[in-house]
Design a protein around this ligand. Structure first.
Ligand SMILES: Cc1cc2nc3c(=O)[nH]c(=O)nc-3n(C[C@H](O)[C@H](O)[C@H](O)COP(=O)(O)OP(=O)(O)OC[C@H]3O[C@@H](n4cnc5c(N)ncnc54)[C@H](O)[C@@H]3O)c2cc1C
Ligand code: FES
Length: 326
């Protein structure tokens, strides 16, 4: 179990690092994948996040234009000039992938453009510098005793599950992903082929390029049936579990996405006695436990039977049974 349910403060292992944009692609109508490179990023695990902000030393921008679907190399942060600073607080983004080579670390962030910060992010060009504070928060626990894992994600809840899939399969755990969006145009993943709409989710396929890299078959669902399983991802999850009852009984479920989606997964898991971990999302200002802006209501053994937990330090990962859903 992760240390996030105890309410105890965790050691501060995060730091502020400057990073350079080395890849930036539009992957669907509103989502982008941003890869940055930095040095000496502290140890991090899937489920943790970074607080991203413009680099603090604004100079004139000379970065290359970032075209949709381009895959180009970047330059050293020192060699390029950075973006003008914008007046917004750092924003939280899950680490969607992380690769190390000596002291150099590449970090993937998949984001959806929804407001001022993400609109600014969409303009980032190769070679530009941004600040990252991290790694922050608690990681998904990997339960070695359970040989199966189901990942259930929607929208911008998918990125942390990509990195988790890699960690689980590296740990020898057989993993299946169920990933959903309202429609094909908003699916933040590359996919192979165009599977005809199907009515049940018995068969998981290696149809997502990203999950396939982690040897993780995926069931892709769209609410409107424009791609893969027709229906929402909770229905796809339930359908897959009922069709694979024997493997499901020893599975751990990990979910990240819109709160109503996670609640649907959580209720099903509680009813079926599945161990389940949810990745909660709250608006965050500081990301490090100072501003108290990110509370989640959790069960407590203290006075009353509930308390507020800070999503940024005690979460964002919580065991399902801890959460008091609205
Ligand atoms: C731990 C954590 C991990 C996250 N990981 C990702 C990720 O991998 N990819 C991604 O695209 N987004 C992620 N988010 C959400 C991301 O932080 C927000 O989308 C981002 O801050 C929006 O900034 P903005 O200035 O573009 O939009 P704003 O102008 O600040 O907001 C636009 C709209 O989004 C809502 N909003 C903003 N932040 C949040 C939030 N945290 N939760 C719910 N609603 C919000 C606002 O209320 C508003 O309606 C994560 C959030 C948390 C807390
Ligand atoms: S974001 Fe400031 S306390 Fe959690």
């Amino acid at each position: 179990m992760s240390g996030n349910m105890s309410g105890q403060p965790t050691p501060k292992t995060f730091q502020l690092v400057q990073s350079t944009v080395i890849n930036h692609q539009r992957i669907c109508r509103e989502h982008y994948r941003l890869t940055v490179s930095c040095y000496n990023f502290a140890n991090a695990r899937p489920g943790q996040f970074v607080q991203l902000s413009p680099e603090m030393n604004p100079q004139t921008d000379v970065g290359e234009s970032c075209q949709p679907d381009s895959a180009q190399s970047g330059t050293d942060c020192e060699a390029s000039l950075s973006t003008p600073a914008l007046p917004f607080l750092p924003r939280a983004f899950s680490i969607g992938g992380l690769r190390r080579n000596g002291s150099t670390c590449e970090i993937d962030i998949i984001y959806r453009v929804v407001g001022v910060a993400t609109e600014w992010m969409a303009t980032l060009r190769l070679g530009q510098c941004i600040s990252l504070l991290g790694p922050l928060g608690q990681a998904f626990p990997i339960i070695q005793e359970k040989p199966r894992a189901f990942l259930v994600g929607g929208g911008v809840g998918i990125p942390p599950l990509l990195w988790l899939a890699e960690a689980l399969t590296n740990a020898g755990i057989t993993t299946t992903a169920m990933i959903g969006s309202t429609t094909k145009e908003l699916l933040p993943l590359q996919h192979e082929g165009n599977p005809a709409p199907y009515e049940d989710a018995r068969e998981a396929r290696l149809s997502s390029t990203e999950f396939a890299r982690a040897n993780t078959p995926a069931i892709i669902s769209t609410d409107d049936g424009s791609f893969g399983f027709k229906g929402n991802v909770v229905e796809a999850f339930k359908s897959h579990v009922s069709a694979n009852a024997s493997e499901s009984s020893r599975a751990v479920v990990y979910t990240c996405g819109p709160e109503r989606m996670m609640q649907g997964v959580a209720v099903f898991c509680a009813a079926n006695d599945f161990e389940c971990y949810v990745c909660m999302e709250r608006s965050m200002a500081c990301g490090v436990g100072t501003c108290q802006s990110c509370v989640v209501t959790v069960r407590s053994e203290g006075p009353g039977d509930w308390r507020y937990a800070l999503c940024c330090t005690e979460g964002p990962i919580f065991e399902n049974s801890q959460i008091i859903w609205d």
